[in-house]
Ligand binder design. Sequence first.
Ligand code: F6P
Length: 543
Amino acid sequence: MSNFSTPTVGSPAWIRLSEAAATTRDVHLRELFAADPNRAQKYTFSAGSLTCDLSKHRVTDEGMESLLGLVEQSKLAEAITAMFTGQTFNTTEGRAVLHTALRATRDQSILVDGHNVVHDVHEVLDHMAEFANRVRSGAWVGATGQRIRNVVNIGIGGSDLGPAMAYEALKSYSDRGLRCRFVSNVDGADLYEATIDLDPAETLFVVSSKTFTTIETITNATSARTWLTDALGADAVGKHFVAVSTNATKVREFGIDEANMFGFWDWVGGRYSVDSAIGLSLMIAIGPEQFSEFLAGFRTIDEHFRTTPFAANVPVLLALIGVWYRNFFDAQTYAILPYANELSRFSAYLQQLDMESNGKSVDRDGNTLRADSGPIIWGTPGTNGQHAYYQLLHQGTTLIPSDFIGFLTPNHPLAHHHNLLMSNFFAQTEALAFGKSAEQLRAENCPDELIPHRTFEGNRPTSSITAPRLTPRVLGELIALYEHKVFVQGVIWNVNSFDQWGVELGKALATAIGKELDPSFDVHGLTHDSSTNALITRYRDAR
Ligand code: F6P
């Protein structure tokens, strides 16, 4: 795929953008809104049931045209086709990138090496649905004949963040008689606390790992198996453990019957896998019908992304706005601020999606990048953030663009709470954009010495993303929106968004150090730097 290796920095489109940014840097959002009474309408776009108001971004019409010029130059259209048609887009691992096939309808055909992968996808979905229905109905019982009331997903990274986030987001659609928990950290506290109040006889473990070799997951799964067999005996494993993986051999070795394994494929990246079998715990919680709705949401945005002209293509526009601030306004971070408590894990989910994808410093051909790539993604639900870090968003010295996300109707009956929540959403984007000037403060008789402290300079950019209600379908739409945003940015920065070599070094060193922590290892044999040697020695001495 090196035909996408178009150098962007220094190209005519990049130079044009630098010029547009230079003339925009001193323009205030107050001026942009005053100059164009239609600005909100002009910069509001729809994708599926999502409405995305981008008018409070510091982008002029000329800036937007220049950004769209960058897209043309980046050969985005060709890249989209390459991804959707299963070409080897992940070149460093020699794989297709086909998470979009996970939500294809049964009648579609997408070929990888001449094989229709959509058929496989639906075979697994059917298997998942059959199993989820049995657990939900009580037809699947544990070793003692009791029905399953607790589902514990054991996984990490993409095998945890997606289902954990989506379960929180869609709790109001879940069977309240089932409790789902998510164990990821190798810190024993995670598994210990997650199981301390559970009855093994009513507990099902879903061991989720693409590779089935990830040390955290295998350690947690092994300890969970001991917890279970101590209570119910070795024969109980088959009724209390299922696996989600691409590695049948390792699953078998662990002692899980292959009939209770739910597969996926190497063309699904971990951080793009929530809609694969990795979503099994979610499907058990919300049921196969709602899971289909979830997939339909992804599909809607896939269609939008594939077919909408770039000037109205929401993932493309969000990506361009991110590039604008990252490369031309020196914004190092981007905040995700959901005004929905159910999305409490959404920013954490997007951290992996975005930062593991685009946190790269070489291009697809291995050349050092000449421009910055992915930003730091962070955020927590409003209004909690308002009482913590929004001070810096409003008056700090760092530009932090952000996406506000909210829903017009809540999933709970406390309507007056929702008015308060959403009034904060709207007020914050207004305050961030327009601020409060010294003149306004003087008119309010603010003492002179306090004016600098109470002035809000404004011009702090936000997107306002709203949807009618947080449903499984809408959650699928939101996730796909960000998946494609990350894809577009990867194409513009010309990085491979689908590998993650940066996680390997730490893993390898941890394996080596793990052996050195064992008392049988001769401490005189430590060959690290003096700091690491001292840390290891201090730990060994304390044990
Ligand atoms: O952090 C690296 C990583 O490989 C992620 O990309 C992945 O989601 C996670 O580890 C878990 O991997 P697995 O599903 O193979 O256990």
